[in-house]
Write a protein that binds this ligand. Structure first.
Ligand code: ZN
Length: 242
């Protein structure tokens, strides 16, 4: 009795052209599947790589190198939780922004960030800040200074229970660029979202267990920009500046 294998071999011998076509199609089909798999893994990796640019973690180790930074401003620190390195990353993001910076932050007390925002205003950027009204008078608050230097500031009216507790910042979002310039975002500009648990305060950067994540995901950035715009517009009548 002939086996399936010998039957197949006999059929191939009897139909060499058909056999070649079937085998060729199979090879093409298999290569397509393999290529699709490669593209899927590659794209997945690219998305993961591009959409979260950095994760900054603050903890009890964030200030163990503080003295070394004080002695040497160019100290090459290897501490991955370093407050100074994290702060430099945030300042660099502000420094490289080209059009807009929208900040929703419970409060701000870090001088280096105030300076970076002042420079942004000097470069002609549109900078807006929503903060918590109670924190306007907290120790070291930079809100009044920022207001005086051209940052537009708004806060929800005081309520007994609700806090303006966000800690996020959107830089150069495409919708904001279009609103300000009438143009679509250029390829050279890059939208960024900074969000996490950390306020831009000395306490958060040097004493707390906190996180800050830096995103380049356009869909996530659009969500945060939309919410910023919604809150900002809702505060038209409760606008307070010093
Ligand atoms: Zn350090």
């Amino acid at each position: 009795m002939e086996t399936f294998s010998s039957l197949t071999q006999n059929w191939i011998k009897g139909h060499p052209i058909w056999a070649a076509m079937i085998l060729g199609s199979g090879a093409v089909f298999a290569s397509e599947i393999i290529w699709s798999g490669i593209k899927y893994v590659r794209d997945k990796f690219r998305i993961a790589k591009n959409h979260v640019l950095a994760v900054l973690v603050f903890n009890e180790k964030s200030v163990i190198c503080a003295d070394k930074h004080k002695i040497n401003r160019n100290y090459q620190c290897s501490n991955k939780y370093c407050k100074e390195k994290h702060l430099r990353i945030l300042v660099n993001l502000i420094d490289r922004a080209e059009y807009s910076i929208d900040i929703a932050m419970y409060t701000v007390t870090i001088f280096a960030i105030t300076d970076a925002l002042k420079h942004a205003i000097a470069r002609g950027l549109n900078v807006r800040l929503i903060y918590d009204k109670e924190m306007m008078v907290c120790s070291g608050s930079q809100i009044e200074i920022l207001d005086k230097h051209g940052v537009q500031v708004r806060a929800p009216a005081n309520t007994a229970t609700a806090l303006m507790h966000h800690k996020f910042c959107v830089l150069d979002s495409s919708s904001r660029i279009k609103e300000l310039t009438g143009k679509q975002q250029t390829n050279n500009s890059r939208s960024i979202l900074v969000s996490g648990s950390a306020n831009w305060t000395q306490q958060a950067f040097s004493g707390n267990w906190e996180n800050t994540v830096i995103y380049a995901d356009k869909a996530v950035i659009a969500c945060f920009q939309n919410e910023f715009d919604r809150i900002w517009k809702s505060l038209d009548n409760s606008y307070i500046t010093s």
